[in-house]
Write a protein that binds this ligand. Structure first.
Ligand code: FES
Ligand code: FES
Length: 200
């Protein structure tokens, strides 16, 4: 039985009077009005050419869209995660010319012609990056939401410093928050990957 709060699977259309409790109707109406206004708003769009994971990508997007939004919504690279959008959590980290950047604070125009690496470009399904193998081996990812950003920040660290100390790993990952692991396994996984990469 439909209690008015959910749409049943076969229900083709949404009727505000029948399908929504009275208390929710003004909120629905106001939200719908705001969304329709937003869709109607004239938005300046621009074509960009981005290099992502070694491939050229052409996009035509509103100029205010962040790199994070373009990666996820236009290029369907959803490995880059959407967190705070304020530059505070690190979950949106990508590499730009090998350096970690917070994609929620970057506009596509700032990275045109530069090499962008997302977690999709770190390894392949048949050949994981040593960091990915180490994270899997040590259980350094739990919900995994922070993991793409941490993997990329770690990859940049190991590129410039192949045998970092525990302190150096912690400093390199200081901008990447994890709510699950307590960080110890993450630090251990980066150290394990560093050893394995050094050993070839
Ligand atoms: S989403 Fe970019 S730093 Fe949090
Ligand atoms: S594994 Fe869940 S936030 Fe890090």
């Amino acid at each position: 039985m439909n209690d008015g709060r959910t749409l049943s699977p076969g229900q083709a259309s949404f009727n505000i009077t029948n399908d929504l409790p009275t208390v929710w109707r003004p909120i629905y109406t106001q939200t719908r009005f705001i969304m329709l206004n937003e869709l109607d708003r004239p938005v300046e769009r621009r074509a960009f050419t981005l290099w992502v994971n070694g491939e050229e990508a052409h996009v035509l997007v509103p100029v205010h869209k962040t790199l994070l939004e373009v990666l996820r919504e236009d290029l369907r690279l959803t490995g880059t995660k959407h967190g705070c959008e304020l530059g505070e959590c690190g979950t949106c980290t990508v590499l730009v010319d090998g350096q970690p950047q917070l994609s929620c604070l970057v506009l596509p125009i700032q990275v045109e012609g530069r090499q962008i690496t997302t977690v999709e470009g770190l390894g392949t399904t048949s050949r994981l990056h040593p960091l990915q193998e180490a994270f899997a081996a040590l259980g350094a990812a739990q919900c995994g939401y922070c993991t793409p950003g941490i993997l990329l920040a770690s990859a940049a660290l190991l590129e410039r410093n192949p045998r970092p100390s525990r302190q150096e790993v912690a400093e390199a990952l200081a901008g990447n928050l994890c709510r699950c692991t307590g960080y110890v396994k993450i630090l251990e996984a980066v150290e394990l990957a560093a050893r394995r990469m050094a050993d070839g």
